[in-house]
Design a protein. Structure first.
Length: 222
């Protein structure tokens, strides 16, 4: 109950930090999608290139967030952005690439070849096929990648409070510094609730963006 009391007593700050947290994650995911989805589309027709790009994205996932922040600090400090939201956003964009690129690649690569051949036989060019067939059919898988990236980034963004990025991680950071258990648990609880909320929201988006034909096919499976 002490956690709930802390949140109620600091409702305004909780709301402010939550909005700050959401803005960091939303901007990062948007930028990551702009980079990752086209990359996944490009490599979907070249397995060798796909393996190399996915391996590179996988390397970033193996680097602990604190270590990545530490690596970026001296580089970005040259331009005056060693601390704050800029390194946080860059780190989140890098961490988001693997699920977004991989899911886009898998979604497009798994489209039945006969559908692509039929579209080609009807005279559809590469971009028309991509727009009318490949992207719509791959959309559920692509959204699933964005969903994974968003939920993952909510947790990583909490760590970014240690480099002055703000967000709900401020409660955790300050709570540890003060040995204030209620503040730490309140921050962790708010991060968890936000992750669940975003996950449910992305799941709903995935559902409404799934083409009706795929839904019907899925419902008819034994």
């Amino acid at each position: 109950m002490n956690i709930i009391t802390f949140i109620m007593d600091n409702a305004e700050k909780c709301w402010s930090l939550t909005l700050d947290h959401i803005s960091i994650v939303a901007f990062s995911i948007s930028l990551a999608a702009i980079i990752g989805i086209p990359t996944g589309v490009i490599i979907s027709h070249d397995k060798r290139l796909a393996q190399k790009i996915i391996n590179i994205a996988n390397i970033f996932m193996t680097i602990p967030s604190i270590a990545l922040f530490g690596l970026m600090l001296p580089l970005l400090a040259i331009a005056g952005y060693g601390l704050g939201k800029v390194p946080a956003v860059i780190a989140l964009v890098l961490y988001s690439q693997l699920p977004i690129i991989r899911n886009t690649y898998v979604g497009i690569s798994n489209i039945p070849p006969e559908l692509v051949e039929t579209a080609r036989g009807l005279g559809m060019g590469r971009w028309v096929r991509l727009k009318e067939i490949e992207i719509p059919l791959a959309m559920p898988v692509i959204i699933a990648g964005l969903r994974n990236a968003a939920v993952m980034n909510i947790g990583i963004a909490a760590i970014a409070a240690y480099i002055g990025a703000g967000g709900l991680g401020v409660f955790i950071q300050q709570g540890i510094a003060r040995a204030y258990e209620d503040m730490i648990l309140a921050g962790a609880l708010l991060v968890a609730v936000l992750a669940i909320f975003i996950d449910c929201g992305m799941a709903y988006l995935e559902k409404i963006l799934t083409p009706k034909g795929i839904k019907i096919a899925g419902d008819q499976r034994p």
